[in-house]
Design a protein around this ligand. Structure first.
Ligand SMILES: Nc1ncnc2c1ncn2[C@@H]1O[C@H](COP(=O)(O)OP(=O)(O)OP(=O)(O)O)[C@@H](O)[C@H]1O
Length: 693
């Protein structure tokens, strides 16, 4: 049986060579969804080819394969306009940057096609006039649906391509304009140089096409000129002809199924090697990179609030981190039961705060020391009452001084020979604590001990005894690295900056790539000839500009305003941060090739953020983790770089120190891993393809 599309030129006697030839094309998205089933199609050069068929029959898929958006699994597609810049493609989705003005849109695509400023200007003027579009400064998102569609059409016509592939260009366009669009297409093809393939749902308007391909279930039912089609099937409308052919196809497939000997059409196994996609003119072109950069800057110009947010976010995070985390709690409440002040003795305020007198309540001097450290002391009459207050969470602990505390302490210090166990007990300060909060309880213990030593030293000083005798016999000398009184912030500041340095570029990259992927924008640019290399290069340029500002601001906040230690080489520190930022950006590329929606990217981003933050030794030293988790932690992207940054900032170790260079190696290694995975997936998907429509 003759297959439509196989012998078109014979049937029509057309001398035109084919501009597009499809032979035995098979395509499926998954095993249960075969979209093209051995389709044959011939588009003669210099003609309009109307591709008609019900929704879901595979028209868009076929056009996508023609322009290289996706690849067929088997068969052959030959497109005469070999390079992408000779093709004008209008996808079904609008695929326009909503924030751009019409002029910016035209400039971007014009630059992509290597047009000069003057050429873009002239062509934009012509197309705006012809398509009855509003002024070029209008923003795309503020146009009506039909106007947006016309802008999309104008983009496809902009560089006056040899082959126009239009997926439903007349949807939402009024009949008058639709007629003039068809007239324009007829004029274009009149001299036989330009070819148009067009899909439309308005079957009757396709009567103006030179050839009509009626498509159903992934094959062509017929491929004829409109008149021949009507004559052959004795119909007055194309719609009737299509119905007639559909009925025949349905009858045939029922008969095929009933006939045991019939070869039921199966998917070709093994697949033939798919065709290479249409190539751009070259892998990397200056004009296309410039166009990409231009587009990125247009985007930034139109999204100033987002850009400000991206700059301010790390500053605010660092500020909040330094002010909220790592500082000692202030004004903690402690209960006091002081039996020394009972039995008619007045309050602490009536006793001197110095002197070498053990018959006045020395407990008051110790308590004063605690008050000086911002503790709030609440007096209770009995120990039971005070302990109850701890249980009721009114105080964090209770200090108990027995009657005769000061005399017993004096006796203990002077060590008389008849010192009894009882005297020793009375000279103790008894403390009960709420230990449910590890950080607060440890802090209380630290302060109560250090303040006790200070108190004893002051007593020894007043009594003219050697002050050193009051201290425990351990001498903490000056710190070799870091501050003598390090704060938690000193430990975490390098981790915070590494974490932000990794995640901010990741978020920015995923946001930028997904925005383009989801709206079909990236695919339109890829069809227009942009290469993945160019997309990545132009993104890197913009990313580095943003990252430089973010890094400078974070460094200012963390190391200048909040004075966290930064004693090492600024050049190496910044280099390490940029390397970490680059690995974050590459991670972003990887996430964007795996994810097609914001939601999946958010899950992937969040899903990796928390384990990374926990396991990278950012909040807690790695030595405190279970050895298995510690081993995992060491190989994560920011662990070694954080350690390296700590070594640089707090210890001024040189690049030759293993801790420092391992950070650089780790960040570089991760860049390699992320990019390798990205490239593999991109190659597998034939570009940064979106599997959604
Ligand atoms: N990315 C994809 N992944 C999986 N299935 C897809 C994908 N794109 C299209 N399909 C399926 O392939 C079939 C053909 O879709 P296609 O968009 O090519 O049809 P169409 O003829 O252009 O339809 P319409 O006229 O409604 O645009 C549909 O069943 C659709 O669900």
């Amino acid at each position: 049986m003759e297959s439509p599309g196989m012998a078109l030129s014979d049937k029509y006697g057309s001398n035109n060579p084919p501009a597009i030839m499809v032979r035995g094309a098979y395509k499926r998205y998954n095993p249960h969804s075969v979209v093209l089933r051995g389709l044959n199609m011939t588009v003669p050069e210099g003609t309009i080819y109307g591709l008609l068929g019900p929704s879901g029959c595979g028209k868009t898929t076929l056009l996508s394969c023609m322009v290289g958006r996706c690849q067929i699994d088997a068969g052959d597609i030959q497109v005469k306009a070999r390079t992408k810049s000779n093709i004008g493609y209008m996808p079904q989705e609008l695929a326009l940057y909503q924030e751009f003005s019409i002029k910016e849109t035209m400039t971007y695509y014009g630059r992509l096609f290597g047009m000069s400023h003057k050429q873009i200007e002239t062509r934009t003027y012509e197309l705006l006039k012809f398509l009855e579009l509003p002024h070029e400064n209008n923003i795309v998102s503020r146009l009506s649906g039909g106007q947006e569609r016309r802008v999309s059409f104008a983009v496809a016509l902009l560089h006056d391509p040899q082959l126009l592939i239009l997926d439903e260009p007349t949807v939402g366009v009024d009949p008058v304009l639709s007629a003039s669009i068809w007239q324009h297409l007829l004029d274009m093809t009149a001299n036989g140089n330009k070819t148009v393939v067009i899909t439309t749902h308005y079957i009757e308007e396709a009567r103006q096409a030179h050839t009509i391909g009626l498509m159903r279930d992934g094959t062509l039912l017929a491929e004829e000129s409109p008149n021949q089609l009507l004559l052959k099937h004795n119909c007055s409308t194309l719609e009737q002809a299509f119905l007639e052919l559909s009925k025949r196809q349905t009858r045939r497939s029922i008969m095929d199924r009933e006939d045991e000997n019939c070869n039921i059409e199966t998917y070709p196994v093994p697949y033939k090697k798919p065709l290479a996609p249409l190539k751009p003119d070259n892998i990397c072109s200056k004009s296309r990179i410039l166009a990409q950069l231009l587009k990125n800057f247009y985007w930034m110009k139109r999204n100033i609030p987002i850009m400000c947010f991206l700059m301010i976010l790390p500053v605010v995070q660092c500020y909040l981190f330094c002010t909220c985390i790592g500082r000692d709690p202030q004004g903690l409440k402690l209960g006091v039961v002081n039996e020394e002040l009972k039995n008619g003795m007045s309050s602490c305020s009536s006793y001197p705060s110095s002197g070498c007198n053990f018959s006045i309540p020395l407990s008051c001097r110790y308590l004063q020391n605690l008050k000086d450290k911002s503790y709030k002391l609440i007096e209770y009459d009995s120990l039971d009452e005070a302990k109850f207050a701890v249980k009721k969470n009114k105080v964090w602990g209770v200090l108990y001084f027995e009657e005769g505390y000061s005399e017993s302490l004096g006796a203990r210090i002077k060590m008389p020979e008849n010192l009894t166990e009882r005297t020793l007990n009375i000279s103790d300060v008894n403390i009960w604590q709420d230990m449910s909060n590890q950080y607060v309880s440890n802090l209380l213990r630290r302060d109560m001990l250090s303040r006790y030593v200070m108190f004893l030293e002051s007593v020894f000083r007043d009594c003219n005894w050697p002050v050193a005798m009051a201290d425990i016999p351990i001498k903490l000398e000056d710190a070799i690295y870091g501050d003598n009184n390090p704060s938690f912030g000193h430990f975490t500041a390098p981790a915070i900056i590494s974490l932000f340095e990794f995640y901010l570029p990741m978020v920015f990259t995923v946001g930028a790539i997904l925005m383009e992927k989801m709206g079909g924008l990236l695919e339109r640019s890829l069809v227009a000839g942009v290469t993945v290399t160019e997309v990545i290069l132009s993104h890197i340029v913009v990313q580095y500009i943003v990252l430089s500002v973010q890094t400078a601001l974070m460094m200012l906040v963390l190391f200048v305003f909040f004075d966290n230690p930064m004693v090492g080489s600024l050049v190496w520190s910044l280099s390490l941060l940029f390397l970490t930022g680059t690995s974050g950006m590459c991670y972003g590329f990887m996430v964007s090739v795996f994810c097609n929606t914001d939601t999946s990217a958010t899950f992937m981003g969040l899903g990796s953020f928390f384990p990374l933050a926990m396991l990278s030794g950012m909040i807690w030293p790695l030595e405190g983790m279970h050895w298995i988790l510690r081993s995992v932690g060491w190989i994560l992207p920011i662990t070694l770089s954080t350690e390296s940054f700590r070594a640089l900032s707090a210890r001024d170790w040189s690049i030759t120190h293993p801790t420092v260079y391992k950070g650089f190696l780790s960040a570089s290694g991760w860049i390699g891993v992320f990019m390798l995975v990205t490239i593999i997936v991109v190659k597998k998907n034939n570009g940064l393809r979106n599997v959604t429509k």
